[in-house]
Design a protein around this ligand. Structure first.
Ligand code: PGA
Length: 251
């Protein structure tokens, strides 16, 4: 059985005080979803220590939204995977489309970031997904395949066992436009096939999350698809009520 995951990507939202309050509210209600659902929240760097304190021992894991591609040194403004791991961070989102688009992250950078994450026992949540123009041109399979082969194919099999993938079509992020459950299933199954070609049966255990305007109304249908193992949720993770409802949407 693959893990079921409700992951919240807070992006650049909330103050540390608001974020700590939100984390505590999520932690106090996460049991409503049962123990077979893993909850992960990914606040901004400034909130991590307090959010980890507020959720410790309560069944909510904490992730960062990025980490440096280098281990340490003269990289002004960067935060290393080692720093994150040392305060109790367990996950790190890597390759989010906003990072690819606004900060020029390439497969080359992402290979190094994944290496840093693994070296420090952080589980990467590696994001893939096509832009609207790429889908309209019928290139979405090729784009997603390249994002997988250029980065994930470099991993050893033992690392694959500590990997979460998130498929997030760029046209569905923050737009209110969700992929249909059939569209999500089609590409999730394709991602699993691409992983299987390289890693064999081990690909069956990799959780593949859907992201892009997931909300309490559409989550159950998306999560009901055989290869959709949960969600990477932006906007709807900023309120405890909606995030908990999404966590309760697994069958
Ligand atoms: P959204 O963001 O749920 O607000 O569309 C998802 C994401 O970018 O991870």
């Amino acid at each position: 059985m693959r893990k079921k995951i409700a992951a919240g990507n807070w992006k650049m939202n909330t103050t540390p005080a608001q974020g700590t309050e939100l984390a505590a509210a999520i932690a106090s209600r996460r049991n409503e979803a049962g123990n077979d659902v893993d909850f992960i929240i990914c606040p901004p760097f400034t909130h991590l220590t307090e959010v980890i304190r507020a959720t410790r021992g309560k069944g909510v894991a904490v992730g960062a939204q990025n980490c440096a591609a280098e281990p340490k040194g003269a990289y002004t403004g960067e935060v290393s995977a080692e720093m994150l791991a040392s305060i109790g961070v367990e996950y790190v989102i890597l390759g989010h489309s906003e990072r690819r688009q606004y900060y020029g992250e390439t497969s080359e950078t992402l290979n190094r970031k994944l290496e840093m994450a693994y070296a420090n026992n952080l589980t990467p949540i590696y994001c893939v997904g096509e832009k609207l123009s790429e889908r309209e041109a019928g290139k979405h399979f090729d784009v997603v395949k390249a994002q997988i082969t250029e980065v994930i194919y470099n991993l050893s099999a033992d690392k694959l066992a500590r990997l979460v993938i998130a498929y997030e079509p760029v046209w569905a992020i923050g737009t209110g436009k969700t992929a249909t459950s059939a569209q999500a299933q089609e590409i999730h199954a394709f991602i699993r096939k691409v992983l299987t070609e390289k890693f064999g049966d081990a690909a069956d255990m990799v959780p593949i999350l859907y992201g892009g305007s997931v909300n309490p109304k559409n989550a159950a249908e998306l999560f009901g698809m055989p290869d959709v193992d949960g969600g990477l949720v932006g906007g709807a993770s900023l309120e405890a009520e909606s995030f908990i409802q999404i966590g309760k949407s697994f069958r």
